[in-house]
Structures are given as structure tokens and as C-alpha cells.
Write a protein that binds this ligand. Structure first.
Ligand code: PLP
Length: 224
């Protein structure tokens, strides 16, 4: 068993005191590890990979709130929406948002989404640029999409321990959220912060942190 229960309990306590939601990122981890946290009361779990997510969602307790946080291809949207996915954090293009809206309509549901913003200096990360985001909100695109509810923004900071960089990137995302929430009241959530940077994210206004390795131990991507 690789779950670090002690770390989980202390992070959980620390985070709930600040009113922030803890999402336990369980990608690559077995069902037993998820159930171990479930028995300790954890209900919010994050997954990145569609195939793995679909299997887990079908096998694990139905009252888990699943957060889809990985890059999502449009041809996989329907299968994800057929589960009881709670929130999709990783909407990184208008085409993807439109597809989620269309498929949600077909399924007669409204899907909660966050728009992923590119705040890191690395090019490898996904997300809207700040300017691109302006056009999404400016063109009133959102008002034509009635089967998605945009609840906020998500971002991944540069993979660094440099505190100044992290402060700057998280601060920028927080200001974007503040700005758009004046126009769209539903835009409240700020999903930012991972194992190595969540305290800085919280001090910059994060409302949900996505913590994996600190709780579940290092991930092994090698052959099973
Ligand atoms: C894997 C992942 C996390 C968790 O990362 P840790 O460093 O293990 O806490 C958070 N967010 C996203 C989008 C991820 O892909």
C-alpha cells in the first residue's frame, strides 16, 4: 500500500481550514488506493487518462465526485460525459468546449467545466492564452453554449521551486478569474496548486488544489 495516510490527513486538515477543496489525483494508482482514501472520507478524485478513468468510474463507489483533469480529445468527450463526471478542469480550446456543449445537449445534461489557461513558461502545457480567453468571453460565445456551465479557471504553473515565478503565475490566473467573474457570476473556482506548489497557490486564492504524489506516492508510468 503506497498511500501516505499521514500526509493525507495533515494536508486535508490544513486545506479544509482554509476553505479550499482537496482533489486527490489518483492517475496510475490502483482502485485499492482510492478506496483507502474513500474510507477516510475523501470523495473528490482527479483522473487524467480517459480509458483509465472510465474503468475506475465504473468500478468504484457512485458517490465519488470525479474531476477530469487531463487533456481531453474531442472524440473521447461523449464517453466521459456518459459517466457521472463532476467537473472537467481541462477545457483547453473553444472546439473542445463546443463539443462538450453539443454532447451534453445530446445526453440532456449540463456539464460543469473550467477553462484551462496557459500560465507556465513551458510550451508543452495546454490551455488558452490570456488573449484568447478574452475573445471567448468578449464574443459572448458562452451565452450561446447552454449545456455547459463555466465555473472558473484552471492552470498549471511552471515546474519549478522558484517562488517568485509561482507567485507571478498563480497571481496572474487569480486576476483573470476576478476579471471575468465580474461579467459572469458563475466564474468563481480557481483550480491551481499541485504537490510541490499548493501552499503558494492557496495564498494566491486557489479554491481547489489537485494533489497526487504527496498523498499517493510517486507514480510509476512503466509497464504494468
Ligand atoms: C498529475 C497532475 C496533478 C498532480 O500532480 P502531483 O505533482 O502528483 O501532485 C495535478 N494536476 C494535473 C493537471 C495533473 O496532471
Amino acid at each position: 500500500m503506497s498511500v501516505n495516510q499521514k500526509a493525507f490527513l495533515s494536508i486535508n486538515k490544513e486545506i479544509s481550514q482554509s476553505g479550499v477543496k482537496l482533489i486527490a489525483v489518483s492517475k496510475t494508482k490502483p482502485n485499492e488506493d482510492i478506496l483507502e482514501l474513500y474510507r477516510l472520507g475523501q470523495r473528490d478524485f482527479g483522473e487524467n487518462y480517459v480509458q483509465e478513468y472510465l474503468l475506475k468510474a465504473s468500478q468504484l463507489p457512485k458517490d465519488i465526485r470525479w474531476h477530469f483533469i487531463g487533456h481531453l480529445q474531442r472524440n473521447k468527450v461523449r464517453s466521459v460525459l456518459e459517466t457521472n463526471v463532476y467537473l472537467i478542469h481541462s477545457v483547453d480550446s473553444l472546439r473542445l468546449l463546443r463539443e462538450i456543449d453539443k454532447q451534453s445537449g445530446n445526453l440532456g445534461k449540463i456539464t460543469n467545466c473550467l477553462l484551462q489557461v496557459h500560465i507556465a513558461s513551458e510550451q508543452t502545457k495546454f490551455g488558452f492564452g490570456a488573449e484568447e480567453l478574452e475573445t471567448v468571453f468578449d464574443n459572448l460565445v458562452l451565452e450561446s453554449l447552454v449545456h455547459v456551465r463555466i465555473c472558473g479557471l484552471m492552470g498549471m504553473a511552471t515546474n519549478t521551486d522558484n517562488e517568485e515565478t509561482l507567485q507571478r503565475e498563480f497571481g496572474m490566473l487569480c486576476r483573470l478569474r476576478d476579471k471575468f467573474s465580474q461579467k459572469y457570476k458563475e466564474i468563481q473556482e480557481l483550480s491551481m496548486g499541485m504537490s510541490h506548489d499548493y501552499p503558494i497557490a492557496i495564498s494566491n486564492g486557489s479554491t481547489m488544489v489537485r494533489v497526487g504524489s504527496l498523498i499517493f506516492g510517486q507514480r510509476d508510468y512503466g509497464p504494468k
